[in-house]
Design a protein around this ligand. Structure first.
Ligand code: FAD
Length: 302
């Protein structure tokens, strides 16, 4: 049996890591199908697979179940955990569940401010109101801890300087590495990395790449992330909106191009938001496997 390791050890060991994100199903009867997706993704030998928490109404215990399935398949799992609308007891219980399943890595998140919250609801009943409050709790429990960051700033941040200053608090609270929000223009990331350096933020930053394989995804992504969509990607969506196969191929090519440019420019972590589509992840990995292997001094998988 292989014992999956802490993600920070992998990051320190390799020149480039490639990882995936999946999300648990909204409906319980789809659990087995997502579990199969997770197992299929492990066969692509990623450095880790992250599993979102609570997003889109999915049940939170499924995060732990999927993370355990990933670990049992010999791949390190990164379980996400949010503090919004959780009591201390609920957080303690979730942490205990992750521990009992052998999960060693957690992405510490605040979670989105609930849109349906009334004026008098306390949405942070645990008293942990920022990810930076959750980080020390997880570090004390012995986890390797990641945090989220936003190359184009978090939508609630007043400006980019504030965003970086508050990100530094999160890093100083003990974050081992950061994973970025999706972005479609690599220059956004390069400028962000430069600002992190200037602010003295030195932890590894893993770049989040979302392959756009369906034109309707773009408007959803803008809603979700405020991401800038370059003209090149907009043209792809406009031109191939009604040709699913062409859109899929062009979206994979766009994501591949982004990844090659990132690796060429020294970015050391690539995290693919798979949207639970292993076939797309597989094609992207195939497109870049020799590049990743060359940088890591390995031979590419067949
Ligand atoms: P924080 O780090 O707490 O930041 C939120 C806002 O508060 C920012 O504007 C920040 O500048 C500010 N801030 C931070 N610290 C302080 C402080 N000490 N004092 C004052 N202001 C502060 N959501 C889910 O529900 N489930 C998931 O699984 C999930 N996974 C994600 C994975 C990644 C890689 C990313 C980028 C996002 C993910 N999200 C997920 C979305 C995330 O929950 C939202 O973006 C949320 O609005 C912010 O979470 P955070 O952890 O970045 O918050």
């Amino acid at each position: 049996m292989i014992f999956p390791m802490k993600i920070i050890d992998k990051i320190n060991e390799k020149k480039v890591t490639v990882s995936f994100e999946i999300f648990p199903p909204k409906k319980q009867d789809a659990f087995d199908s997502v579990k199969n997706t997770a197992i299929e993704l492990t066969s692509l030998s990623p450095d880790f697979i992250s599993i979102t928490y609570g997003a889109g109404g999915s049940t939170q215990s499924n995060t732990a179940e999927l993370a355990a399935a990933v670990e049992n398949a010999g791949t390190a799992a990164l379980a996400h955990l949010t503090c919004v609308r959780s009591t201390r007891e609920q957080l303690t219980e979730s942490i205990g569940t992750f521990k009992s399943k052998g999960i060693q890595n957690i992405l510490a998140l605040r979670g989105d401010f609930p849109r349906d919250a009334s004026e008098d609801e306390n949405v942070f009943p645990s008293g942990l109101v920022h990810a930076s409050d959750l980080v020390p709790v997880l570090k004390d429990a012995g986890f390797c801890v990641g945090g989220a960051c936003y190359p184009e700033s978090h939508p609630e941040s007043a400006n980019r300087d504030d965003d970086i200053e508050l990100l530094k608090k999160k890093v100083d609270a003990g974050v081992d590495f950061l994973t970025t929000q999706m972005f479609f223009d690599n220059d956004m990331l390069y400028s962000f990395l430069y600002r992190l350096q200037s602010a003295g933020i030195r932890v590894p930053v893993i770049a989040g790449i979302m392959p756009i394989t369906n034109a309707n995804q773009v408007s959803r992504m803008i809603d979700l992330s405020n991401a800038y969509i370059p003209r090149k990607l907009l043209s792809i969506c406009d031109r191939f909106r009604n040709s699913p196969n062409a859109m899929r191929q062009a979206g994979i090519a766009y994501a591949t191009d982004q990844i090659i440019d990132l690796i060429s420019n020294g970015v050391r972590g690539i995290h693919i938001y798979t949207m639970n589509k292993p076939d797309i992840a597989r094609e992207i990995v195939r497109n870049v496997d020799s590049i990743v292997a060359a940088v890591n001094g390995e031979s590419a998988a067949k």
